[in-house]
Each structure stands twice: as C-alpha cells, then as structure tokens.
Ligand binder design. Sequence first.
Ligand code: H2U
Ligand code: ZN
Length: 406
Amino acid sequence: MNLRTVIESILLKYPLFYMSIYLLKFDVCFHLCCDKSDKPPVTLSCDKCRLYIEYKCDMNFDITTDPHTRIDILTGERILVSPHRSKRPWQGQVEKHSADSRPAHDPTCYLCPGNHRAEGDVNPGYTDSFVFVNDYAALLDTGDKQAAAEDNLFIATPERGICKVICFSPRHDLTLAEMDISALIKVVDVWQDEFRALSTTEWIKYIQIFENKGAMMGCSNPHPHGQIWAQSGIPSSIEREGQRQQDYYQRHGQTMLNAYLTAEKERGERLIVENESHVALVPFWAKWPFETMIISKREVQTILEFTAEEKRDLAAILRDLTVRYDNLFETSFPYSAGMHQAPVNSGNQRGWHWHMHFYPPLLRSATVKKFMVGYEMLADAQRDITPEVAAERLQQASDVHYKRKG
Ligand code: H2U
Ligand code: ZN
C-alpha cells in the first residue's frame, strides 16, 4: 500500500468530502470533512509510507443559515445564497388580487380569433391553438448569407431563423394555469408538431420554445401565447449546458439530469410534484426566488421523443405547477419559461436531457419583484430565501386554482 493507493481509496470511498492535507513531520495526515456531522471519526495509518490519515467530522457549516455558494451543474455558474437574510418568519403576504375582468374575446386584441393583427393579417376563427409567423420577427429566413472573413476583435456571423407565435387558446381570459387538461394536451401536441416540422429544415440547428408571461416580464399581451424561435446557430446557454451534459454522460454512462433526479428523489426536500413521466422541482442552484424545473423521467433529448402518455403527463404537470404558482400570491404569476433540448441537425447529442426552466421574478408578494442588479449584474446571482424554503412554499400551495375555489 503506498501513498497514492491510500489517497485513491479514500477519495473513492468519500468522493464528496472536502479534503485538506496537513504535513506532519514525515507523516501525512488527511483531514476529511463530510456533510453529515453524525459520522464517527475514522483513522487510517500506513507504517510503510508513514502515512497517517484521519477522517473526522468537525464541519460547522450549516447550509440552512450560513452564506454559501452553490453551483449550477448545467451551466457551471455560481449562485450566492444568503439564508441568514431571510430569517424572519414567513408571513404568507397575499395582496388583494384585482378581480380579473378580462373578456373571453377582446375585439382590440391582436391574438384573439377573427381579429386583425398589427400588420393587417386577419386571424382565423381558431378553436384550439393557432400558430403564425411573428410579424416582427427577431430572426429572418434570409437565405444563406456569406460573411467576410472572421476578425479576432469584431466577431459577427449571420444568423438565420424563423420566429413563430403560438396562441394557446382562443380564450383571451385564460392562462395555462386556468386551461383544461385537454386544451393543454393540444398545446403540447402543437409544440411537438412545430418542433418536428422545423427540425426537418437542415440549416435549423436549434429550436427554442418559450413563454413570456405577465407585463412584469415584458409580455405585450395577456392573451395566452408563447413563442418558438428556430435558428441557424446554437445559443450560448445551450452550448454550455450541452457540453457539461455530454461530459457527464461520457464519464458516467447516464445523463446528468437522470442522476440528479435520482438524488433529488432520495432527498425529497426540493420536489414539488411528480407524475409517471415528469418531475417538477426547485433546482438546488435556483437563482430566482421561485425558480423551478420540469425534468422528464426518461432520458429523452427533445420533445420529439415524447409518447402520447408523456405528453399528457407534461400537460398535467404544467398545469399543476402553474396553478401552484398562481396560488402562491393569489395572482396570475408572471414568469419566463422555456424548454431546453438538444440542438437539431447537429450530430450526436448523447447526454442531452430534455427539461424546462421556469424563471419567475416575484419575491415576496404579487408586486414585489426581485431585480438581478448590482452584485448580480457584475459578479454572481444571489438569493436570500433558500431553494428548500421556496420548494416548501410551492409544496404547500394548493393544486386547485384560487379562482376555482368558491
Ligand atoms: P410577447 O410574448 O413578448 O408578448 O410577444 C408577442 C409577440 O407577438 C411579439 O414578438 C408579436 C410580437 O412581435 N406580434 C405579432 O406578430 N403580430 C402582431 O400583430 C402584434 C404582436
Ligand atoms: Zn385576445
């Protein structure tokens, strides 16, 4: 037994321990700390190489009260958590929600059936969902543009794309949280159909499906709708998440999110709701106060692979999560939400695991919003209320929409 094999066996046995090494004369002492203070100290020694290893639990770090940094395993980003700043008890502050008096059909809404859009097109009298190419698209299908040779300092490449708007329902007065499951299943079907159709175009490499909800998120219209942007390049967050997921898959033979889901299910504290095919949880590394993720239980790369049951379960968990969000402050909860999935027409994407992020801005009430400013703009994201406390609030929120309660 030499020094190297002892170190390796310790690291294999206790891979999560923080290790500090003390050199004591000719002996080497490994002082290992674990995250469970009830573990007894372990001592190992080796006469040959005069190695002395002590494993002792003297950790005094409490993740529920001490400031600390967490890592987003998908992006590698750091999140500063300051739980001591939100020690005061939860007061469940709920503001009187203004009675939502939106009509089922608004003659001035450019998304309602039969109405004129801003550029003059007339929407059909649709009865389920309705998809159209964005009249003010951020990306254009301009054909194949050739750029001048790359410059090291002024880097610009042409970006080609197609942007679509999806009206989730003909009803102007609903949101995903208030729609029936049957209607939500149709929305999921449309997402899958659109993804399939767009991915058959060779130059499209990435398809972003998302929803911006609420004026607080800059949404221009309360009519329930989302967007799909398909483009010739791969966005940086997708590139980053893809790289890390691929690395993990190569090392462990399963997707990172599969391993993460297993670990979260064992712990349970950040789970909000689950069904046969999907789990909704507050990620360990959440930046936004009530940030959540929906993760598919099966290792699928894109929405294309979802079966009819998985689509139905996605609709169900979407509804459950958005209802809980609305019930939290008895308001139509604003958020930016969207799926992250593997790039298309881009070769092997093993390791990519479909998931959906929800980034809501609300902090303490229907009007108090978190701003990502100051330290967060310049350094790392920071939060006070811990992800575990946020998960508890969402677990406790009713799964029956407050507007449906008598
Ligand atoms: P929001 O999801 O941010 O509200 O955007 C709605 C989109 O609808 C927005 O991108 C488009 C805007 O360009 N739009 C049309 O395509 N036609 C219209 O008549 C008005 C708005
Ligand atoms: Zn409308």
